[in-house]
Design a protein around this ligand. Structure first.
Ligand code: DGL
Length: 264
């Protein structure tokens, strides 16, 4: 079998690396292209039009690099642009949304908490997700301002980060939520702090692994995934290359990861 075309993955920034790590471990033979649009993050406060324009530009760039499938590793971009991208491009496009369905199945008290960006929580797609899957379960939501910026800086620990995490998790617990959903791909990098506030009785769910499994299914339908003994690898681009971005990539991915300038 000759080398296969790569898989393109994008996010508003470095948060999508929490999805990329699941893709890496499930599909070790694939070459993965990752675009971090950190120069325009956070998307959570941007208009739907802006997010759609950036998502189109990122998808176009990944196609130019030869991607045979695209993963939107961003809940906010999915909410605003997944439909548009699927209308525009025929290749497999895997998108993501907060794990409301498994959280509804897991709650004992009938109350779940969803942590996500303002853009995701205010979207029509999120409203439809609740209509379709929340049923009788009460859904509390929390827009976690400041969390994305911490992850973009690679600032994952210390008292200030712990306090910022507690500020957004505590209201959900006070409201009675007994399951928490991480509805933004940056948030799994703060998981240990979220779990420390929530305590052992409150499961914390994210969708990175489910997205990787969905990608595997879509690749299988579209001609097959690269065998595990293929030499997989990663290429990273960022729209905000700086020393901070390099250090953050080293902290969130690997010391030796190199990042290129995203020319869009
Ligand atoms: N990581 C993104 C998400 O999953 C968006 C974060 C942001 O840029 O606001 O929603």
């Amino acid at each position: 079998m000759s080398a296969l075309a790569p898989i393109g993955v994008f996010d508003s920034g470095l948060g999508g690396l929490s999805v990329l790590r699941h893709i890496r471990s499930l599909l070790p033979g694939e070459h993965l292209l990752y675009c971090a649009d950190s120069g325009h993050a956070p998307y959570g406060e941007r208009s739907p039009e802006f997010i759609r324009a950036r998502s189109l530009a990122l998808a176009e760039f990944l196609l130019e690099q030869g991607a045979r499938a695209i993963v939107i590793a961003c809940n906010t971009a999915t909410a605003q642009a997944a439909t548009l991208l699927r209308e525009r491009y025929a290749l497999p496009i895997v998108a993501m949304e907060p794990a409301v369905k498994p959280a509804v199945a897991a709650t004992r008290r009938g109350i779940i908490g969803v942590l996500a960006t303002t853009g995701t929580l205010q979207s029509a797609r999120f409203a439809a997700l609740l209509d379709n899957h929340a049923g009788e379960v009460e859904v509390l939501t929390e827009a976690c301002s400041g969390w994305v910026d911490c992850v973009e800086r690679g600032q994952l620990g210390g008292p200030a980060v712990r306090a910022l995490v507690a500020r957004h998790v505590e209201p959900l617990l006070a409201g009675g939520a007994d399951v928490l959903v991480l509805g933004c791909t940056h948030y799994p990098f703060l998981r240990s702090h979220i779990e420390a506030v929530a305590g052992p009785g409150v499961p914390v769910i994210d969708t990175g692994q489910a997205v990787a499994r969905q990608l595997l299914r879509r690749l299988a339908e579209a001609g097959g995934a690269a065998p595990p003994d293929f030499p997989g690898g990663e290429t990273f681009w960022s729209s905000a290359v700086s020393d901070t971005a390099r250090q953050a990539l080293a902290a969130l991915w690997h010391e030796s990861a190199a990042v290129r300038d995203l020319p869009i």
